[in-house]
Write a protein that binds this ligand. Structure first.
Ligand SMILES: Cc1ncc(COP(=O)(O)O)c(C=O)c1O
Length: 368
């Protein structure tokens, strides 16, 4: 059966923004500034103003932003970096790219984010930093994590790839830790028309080094103080992101309304629904439920033409590439249980409420 309720779609957004995006692309074509340039600089200023961040360093992906952040903390071979096993793999790549070792800590069963109560037991003399993630747009307990980091003199990087606009006590994520990485992958709350990412910081020295690291380690043309990378944002992406940034609050508001409607419609079912903690504002990147019989439910929805997805089916400590770390099944019971039970339902700002009705009805039929 063809999919009647898509899991995700950019079609309507692209259509609605077509004229604005084409004008932005034309501006870039006319200027010829294809790598960094004025559109990227303007986007950095505008995103900084939107997020309350002093310095924004636009790069070519969220993964690059995380890698630069780890380099800025001088993460090196022999170091350990504490992070969550339940996230997109790139969070750990940043650690591995620096030759350091990811050390996983189990997650909180409500927010699915790094559990601060379990962090101190994982700290060793080799620990250099902590990288928490605001998964699915739900803020992690960054304040508790920062306290632990300060006590043990550790660096902290927020992975806010899925959390543009999430806030704690009215303060947006990306303003707590010294460094934050954002992704602008097209499906993110703020998405480019290709790859994109940014690093934010309030520290001018870190910002200066990040600007050099994203551009071959170049502080002055053809002078290389350290080995750098080609992590520059393309001009076209800066121009497109400026268009989409203007609509981000509206998109996030639509996500919030959809999440609320899903939560109303799914009440009383044998599912765990996503929770927004009292002091927090969730960016609702995804709407993820938990079901004991997840695989059967996923198949049932697929059979009904209802898209769905599993973020993430295998926690990082059980991935083949990290077998050398020595973890095994049972190492992180909460992360393992959540990866067996999580199911992301159709969700994107332009999704019609009637589609939520269709999904909720199908889940009720399945439960019956
Ligand atoms: C939590 C998390 N971290 C990092 C990344 C990496 O971002 P990108 O795909 O832009 O490299 C992503 C997104 O894909 C993500 O979801």
């Amino acid at each position: 059966m063809s999919t009647s309720v898509p899991y995700f779609s950019l079609t309507q957004q692209n259509q609605a923004l077509r004229a604005e995006l084409q004008a932005a692309i034309n501006r870039t074509l006319d200027s010829g500034a294809f790598c960094l340039g004025p559109e990227v600089e303007a986007f950095e200023k505008e995103f900084g103003a939107w997020n309350g961040s002093q310095h924004v360093i636009a790069v070519n992906s969220g993964t690059s932003a995380l890698h630069i952040a780890a380099l800025l903390l001088n993460v090196k071979p022999g170091d350990e970096v504490i992070t969550t096993p339940f996230t997109f793999a790139a969070t750990s790549w940043a650690i591995s790219y620096c030759g350091a070792k990811p050390v996983y800590v189990d997650i909180d069963p409500v927010t699915y984010n790094l559990d601060p109560a379990k962090i101190e037991a994982a700290i060793t003399p080799k620990t250099k930093a902590i990288i928490p993630v605001h998964l699915y747009g739900h803020p992690c307990d960054i304040e508790a994590i920062l306290k632990i980091a300060a006590k043990h003199k550790l660096g902290v990087i927020e992975d806010a790839a899925q959390a543009h606009g999430a806030a704690i006590g009215g303060k947006k994520v990306g303003n707590f830790a010294p460094l934050t990485a954002f992704s602008f992958y097209p499906t993110k709350n703020l998405g480019a028309i290709g790859e994109g990412g940014a690093l934010t910081t309030s520290d001018p020295e870190l910002a200066k080094r990040a600007v050099a690291l994203r551009n071959h380690g170049c502080y002055r043309r053809y002078h290389y103080d350290e080995v750098g990378y080609n992590y520059r944002m393309e001009g076209m992406q800066g121009a497109a992101l400026r268009v989409k940034l203007k609509h981000l609050d509206d998109y996030n508001q639509k996500r919030r309304a959809l999440a609320q409607y899903y939560t109303e419609k799914l009440q009383g079912l044998p599912l765990t629904l996503p929770t927004q903690l009292a002091n927090n504002k969730t960016a609702w990147h995804l709407y993820v439920i938990r079901a004991a019989n997840r695989d059967a439910l996923s198949k049932y929805l697929n059979d009904q033409g209802i898209g769905n997805a599993i973020h993430y089916p295998i926690p990082l400590h059980l991935q083949d590439c990290y077998q050398n770390l020595g973890y095994k099944e049972g190492s992180f019971p909460v992360a393992e249980q959540v990866s067996r039970e999580c199911l992301a339902l159709p969700f994107y700002p332009e999704m019609p409420l009637e589609h939520v009705d269709i999904v909720a009805k199908a889940i009720r039929q399945f439960a019956a």
